[in-house]
Design a binder for this molecule. Sequence first.
Ligand code: ACO
Length: 427
Amino acid sequence: MSKVASIEIEGKSFELPLVVGSENEIGIDIKKLRAETGAVTFDPGYKNTGACESAITFLNGEEGVLRYRGYTIEELAAKADFLEVTYLLIFGELPTQEQLQKFNEDILQHSQVDEGMKKIVNSFPKSTHPMGALASVTSALTAFHPETLNVETEDEMYDAIVKILAKFPTLAAWTLRRKNGEELTDRDPALGYVESLLKLMFGKTGESYEPDAIVTNALDKLLILHADHEQNCSTSTVRIVGSSQASLFSSVSAGISALWGPLHGGANQAVIEMLEQIKADGGDTTKYIDKAKDKKDPFRLMGFGHRVYKNFDPRARIIKKSADEVLDQLGVEDPVLEIAKGLEKTALEDQYFIDRKLYPNVDFYSGIIYKAMGIPTDMFTVMFAVGRLPGWIAQWREMRLKKEPIGRPRQIYVGENKREFKAIENR
Ligand code: ACO
């Protein structure tokens, strides 16, 4: 295969080198395009833009393939636990027993969150959306850990990484406890990473708490499925903020804000709200399918469609099975689930959805499981953030270690040409 691409601009031709990835994906290297031709590329939403070379996650949207560091998501979801996957994503290899133990101990050692942070969380109104609170407190954490601001060496990075992994579940749980007006508690060191998150969220002061094994396993799996997804909106945000050499905590805080939107992580909350709305409106799924197809109606079927997966979302397949098991094991009978099933069936047989390759994505099912676990709707995206944290860290670390240049896209200016200033009385 030729190692260059040729383009012609205004009668002049130019050659651009190709970059070929380990799965034979081809990129056209345009680093010198503007210098040599004066032109830039134009790609709103970056649908065709490779922003970096990355060795973390491979996904093939056409074939529904997702692998972290070469391991399939199916195998990791079945055989690994969330902390192992966290280590794998960040450091590139599955940990040995000793490595995992040390990682776990380092995280435990930093799991206490500063008292000052409690004051900040308690100062939020109870009505605060947990995602807004989480983004704020993650940023506020830099004030209590100035040593994590300017990290250069791998050891300094490791220190910042274990600190945020240690404190993040507590902060996430505190956003819920604040909403419920409950005391902000600390992590129970006797429990594993995911079990302790459940206790942090649901444990009552002065009462013992036994995490349910089914719920713990399901949550562990959900977190693995969400742990990384290459250059999505929030991860690209983390990388671009981090490219200015802003700290890890600030970069993650920006990622949380990006994740919050209903077209990204906020979709899991939007799915349940949509299902509840359909239920309250008599359960007529066809009516809502028609609304989603109507171009004059802004309504979209939440949990359907994906920027990259155009055949099926492999995470959705795993989670759909999990949803059935968890609901069965927990003995949950939820009318909203029947509406979800009806909606899915109707949409999958409808030509509009077939033509546009719109399938249920991971968030169509994750909200259903979170609901069955007793997690409030506005905490769903917070759960997603806890799951995505290892991916954000891995991508930030990769970007810093490669010393990538500051992210700064160009634009095509379409505004007014030069004009004279008019004094206010003449306008
Ligand atoms: N309901 C109805 N129509 C849809 C939907 C939907 N959920 N998603 C896409 N379409 C239609 C669009 O109207 C468009 O139709 P057209 O070609 O006739 O104009 C076509 O399908 C292509 O849609 P785009 O918006 O161009 O696709 P894009 O790749 O930009 O968007 C996205 C992907 C944002 C996920 C979109 O499918 C969507 O809004 N889905 C609902 C929100 C959602 O579930 N988000 C979660 C994503 S997964 C995650 O973040 C973990």
